[in-house]
Design a protein around this ligand. Sequence first.
Ligand SMILES: [Zn+2]
Length: 51
Amino acid sequence: MAKIKRGRTKPCSRCEKTNDVLYRVRVGEDGEWIFVCSGCLDQVKPGNPHY
Ligand SMILES: [Zn+2]
C-alpha cells in the first residue's frame, strides 16, 4: 500500500473530498490507479485484490 503525502491536496477518487493523505489503489484488471482517502480505502479493499 502506498501512502501518498504531497504538498498539494488532492481529491479522493470515490467521495471527491479533498484530503491530505490519499492512498493509491489499483482497481480492475487493467491496472487503473485511483487515489482514495482512508475512509474509502476500507470500502475499496474487500473487493479489490490488486491494491
Ligand atoms: Zn474518499
